[in-house]
Design a protein around this ligand. Structure first.
Ligand code: KG4
Ligand code: ZN
Length: 347
């Protein structure tokens, strides 16, 4: 039995994170610590993440996160077997901050360095939290990504379809901006939607007429803008209820679209894989309660088992990076000090 203890670093967007994860071969992995420093307040005045500000904040916070993660896990650098770090895709300045920090730690300790794909981190999270076996169907749904994947192994994913334009998280963030709600838009739009009537405004359901698993979300913001401008032209401004109804209608369109496309993805996956069908969901948007509930219903109807990580492990964190590092390490992967930060890195 080989026990692996890995430190993970994450800095590809607007969360600086460090975590320690331990796994004995054949046993479930254990999160010994998971520290996340968000940057929401640094970017709030700008209505979105400013890459330069993000990179500088990562560079300042990474050391502190690492110290806290090691202290909370009650392990020292010498107890570690490897350092895993997000090497892309993401905002390049932030990814570079993380890679530099990991290289420094690796050079100083002699520990092996493992570059992790951020998307693989999200996609492998259900194995960390729920111990599910390969293969499984995965919906990865975040601020920058939306795709259906079949996970065959830690390094092996096939894509069934995905968004042809915006990601749902991006659509939530833009909706919040258009309605003057705080960023990140997902949680604030979801909170407004709770008190809204999803039937008052009819948003489009793009690509539902097409049979495949591709999705499109960019039309939603155009529709929202038109509805908002019409209310403003008629009444001079939006009431609290108008805003809630717009959010509810918008969220319902995303829920319906993801539910229907997930139904098709499960059907496609069932054709290819007659064994137990597990559909897993991960990424920041998977933290949305209405979306999770709809996917759970569709999965039950299709006879598939549904699993979603706890909310804190859906949004960006370093436990998923440490865990993906463990999986990569077990396949024999090691990176050197020439590891490159990559702004784009498809799975
Ligand atoms: O995975 P993540 O933390 O970062 C990446 O994009 O990789 O996802 C962040 C995205 C943001 O767009 C945020 O608005 C969205 O996830 N999000 C949500 C919710 N919580 C976060 N979207 C909808 N509902 C939520 N509750
Ligand atoms: Zn992410």
């Amino acid at each position: 039995v080989q026990t692996l203890t890995v430190l993970g670093l994450e800095s590809s967007c607007d969360d600086t994170a460090a975590a320690v994860v331990r796994q004995c071969t054949g046993a479930r992995a254990e999160i010994l610590s998971s520290v996340v420093h968000g940057q929401t307040e640094l970017h709030s005045a700008y209505g979105g993440v400013v890459p330069e500000i993000a990179a500088r904040a990562h560079a300042e916070k990474l050391d502190i996160c690492v110290k806290q993660a090691l202290t909370q896990a009650e392990v020292g650098l010498r107890d570690l077997d490897a350092i895993a770090v997000t090497a892309g895709p993401g905002l390049i300045g932030g990814v570079m901050s993380g890679v530099m920090c990991a290289k420094g730690l690796s050079a100083a300790t002699g520990l092996p360095l493992i570059g992790v794909n951020h998307l693989a981190g999200h996609a492998l999270t259900p194995r960390l939290t729920d111990g599910i076996a390969f293969p499984y169907l995965m919906l990865l749904v975040s601020g920058g990504h939306c795709q259906y994947l079949i996970a065959h192994g830690p390094e092996h994913f096939t894509r069934l379809g995905g968004t042809i334009d915006d990601a749902p998280g991006e659509a939530f963030d833009k909706t919040a901006r258009l309605l003057g709600l705080p960023q990140p838009g997902g949680p604030s739009v979801e909170a407004e939607a709770c008190t809204g009537d999803p039937k008052r405004f009819r948003f489009p359901r793009p690509l539902l007429d097409r049979p495949e698993c591709d999705l499109s979300f960019s039309g939603l913001k155009t529709a929202l803008m038109r509805m908002r401008d019409q209310i403003v032209a008629e009444k001079g401004g939006l009431t609290r209820q108008d805003r809630a109804d717009l959010c509810a209608g918008f969220q319902q369109a995303i829920v319906d679209t993801l539910a229907e496309k997930t139904r098709r993805a499960i059907a496609l996956y069932l054709e290819a894989s007659p064994s137990e069908t597990v559909i897993a969901v991960a990424g920041g948007v998977a933290a949305n309660t209405a979306i999770r509930a709809a996917l759970e219903t569709v999965s039950a109807e299709m006879g598939a088992r549904f699993t979603a990580p706890p909310m804190a492990l859906c949004t960006d964190n370093a436990a998923m990076i440490a865990y993906a590092g463990i999986e990569r390490f077990r396949t024999g992967v090691r990176d050197g000090l020439d590891l490159m930060a990559r702004p784009r890195w498809p799975l």
